[in-house]
Design a protein around this ligand. Structure first.
Ligand code: 4AD
Ligand code: MG
Length: 505
């Protein structure tokens, strides 16, 4: 049985393959099937002249998502997805499919989410999950090559680590327990045992926020390194992000193309140094007080708004032109072609209008930003708009960071944390920093955060027995997949997403 991805090795050979029919159309004694098998997609042609009546009739009755075994000759055709098609000689129906709910027409997102178990079969979802898979592979490769040991942290935990407001509570036999928000504290213990470690597991945050960036269950990669300060941490983060982006670009060309992802935006990422801004500098940018390449953020956004309005006007002009041609009377084929273009333009306008309505809000909330606050989604968008590569923001007000963050010796108001913000409004993909080693500071922070001291005794032991400077970070897998794939919403980046309001299927 030959997989679609391997058709290229069987040019002009007769082979057998199996999969599902995602689409069928008929035309003058020919049936065109699009077969998918998980490895790829291929057009398969059944010609009335080449096969028995029986086979041709079977082909003509194949419904969307029927499963089949096909025999046929692999023929090169560069116009086709994958570059090869199958000239079918035999068909065996394996499983029928009646009234498959997801058709070629547009479906609402809630309908698609309710049918997630089937939606996963569509081309776009396939491309996203293949990229997710490659990212996971690249992430493991990177850390293994760098000499990190993969260790796992528990999911049942007795206490909060990132803040008690986002805990999912559970029971562990008779004990109260919570689902892990991070593996970091355990990672620190393992780094003291193994030197450089990384965990890669599911993490849980009970955030009642319905944004395009938040999941309740997501996967996080958390390296932790003994004898690292935050500068070394930032060097590692930059090397790591460059590595995984490059790997995906090299290995997922087909999938990125299917997603219409403009990959020129990634070219600089591999070669250019990521800007490192202190929190103070980032705030100056948000408030339009600091110029980057001669412009303030407000100027850049105002200019964006003008450009968007011009684009909307161009779209409207083109729509009017095309509608005039249609009204003048044209053949059916040409009319369909023009109508498709009009629909695309109308869709573009809708997206542009959303953007245009957002920009004044961003400008307003940026102007009102108060020093000392955490960045919201729109603040992150404003900062990253000024650069075309990910931006690292470090030295944060310690009040808004977790209890374990190391205080800056030069300015005790600041903590040595770092966030990495992805371009194009994808927001924070990495959070990390250097860890506090001062036992007394840790004790007071644990109290200040109202955390149960007895649950942290083991953690404090790490500061008592051969404590060393150490640092680490967490990369959110789904946020990274969303950014690389250019998906509108994070829910498409994980097979069965869990977010506020969505537990099924
Ligand atoms: O910034 P966070 O909360 O950092 C930590 O958990 C640290 N303990 C990590 C460490 O230093 N070892 O989360 C890290 C990353 C974020 O930058 C984001 O990419 C992702 O995890 N993340 C989420 N992704 C999806 N949905 C959510 N609700 C997320 N919350 C955080
Ligand atoms: Mg964070």
């Amino acid at each position: 049985m030959i997989q679609i991805k391997d058709f290229k090795n069987y040019e002009e050979k007769v082979i057998e393959t199996q999969g599902w029919v995602t689409n069928r159309r008929s035309s003058k004694g020919l049936e065109f099937l699009i077969l998918r098998d998980g490895s790829g997609f291929a057009q398969c042609i059944v010609s009335k002249d080449d096969v028995s009546d029986d086979v041709f009739n079977v082909a003509g009755r194949l419904t969307q998502e029927s499963s089949v075994k096909l025999k046929g000759k692999v023929v090169k055709d560069e116009k086709q997805i994958g570059g090869f098609e199958l000239h079918v000689s035999e068909i065996k129906l394996i499983g029928t499919s009646v009234d498959y709910p997801i058709t070629n027409k547009e479906h609402g997102i809630e309908f698609l989410m309710d049918n997630r178990h089937l939606w996963l079969r569509s081309k776009r979802q396939w491309a996203v999950l293949k990229i997710r898979n490659r990212l996971i592979y690249a992430i493991n490769n990177f850390f293994q090559k760098e000499g990190f040991v993969q260790t796992d942290s528990p999911i049942f935990t007795p206490n909060a680590a990132e803040g008690s407001t986002t805990l999912f509570s559970s029971k562990f036999y008779d004990d109260d327990a919570y689902l892990a928000q991070t593996g970091q504290l355990y990672g620190e213990a393992m780094a003291m045992a193994m030197g450089k470690i990384y965990t890669f597991g599911p993490t849980f945050r009970a955030e009642k926020s319905k944004t395009r960036r938040h999941l309740s269950e997501f996967w996080m990669i958390e390296p932790e390194m003994a004898f690292y300060d935050n500068d070394m941490n930032m060097d590692l983060i930059e090397k790591f992000i460059k590595y995984i982006v490059k790997d995906v670009l090299e290995n997922c060309e087909t999938q990125l193309e299917m997603l219409n992802r403009d990959i020129t935006v990634f070219k600089n990422i591999i070669s250019e140094k990521f800007p490192r801004l202190t929190y103070d500098e980032a705030v100056e940018i948000i408030k339009g007080k600091k110029k980057i390449n001669g412009k303030t953020s407000i100027e850049v956004l105002e200019n964006d708004l003008i450009q968007i309005k011009n684009k909307i006007e161009d779209c409207n002009t083109e729509i009017t032109e095309k509608e005039k041609i249609i009204a003048g009377g044209v053949k059916k084929g040409k009319r369909n072609f023009l109508q498709n273009r009009i629909d695309t333009l109308k869709n573009d306008i809708r997206k542009l209008e959303i953007k245009a309505s957002n920009i004044p809000k961003w400008i307003e909330s940026a102007a009102n930003f108060e020093y000392g606050n955490d960045f919201g989604g729109s603040d992150e968008t404003v900062i990253t708009r000024m650069f075309d590569v990910p931006v690292m923001v470090y030295n944060w007000p310690h009040q808004i960071k977790a209890f374990y963050m190391k205080r800056d010796n030069e300015n005790p108001e600041l903590a040595k944390g770092v966030d990495v913000l992805a371009p194009e409004g994808y927001g924070e993909i990495v959070g990390g920093g250097e860890r506090e080693t001062d036992l007394n500071l840790l004790l007071s922070k644990i109290e200040e955060h109202n955390l149960p001291m007895k649950e942290f005794e083991w953690y404090l032991d790490l500061r008592k027995y051969g404590s060393v400077p150490h640092a680490g970070f967490g990369l959110g897998l789904e946020r990274t997949v969303a950014w690389i794939c250019g998906t509108q919403h994070i829910r498409e980046t994980i097979p069965f997403p869990r977010y506020y309001g969505r537990l099924r299927p």
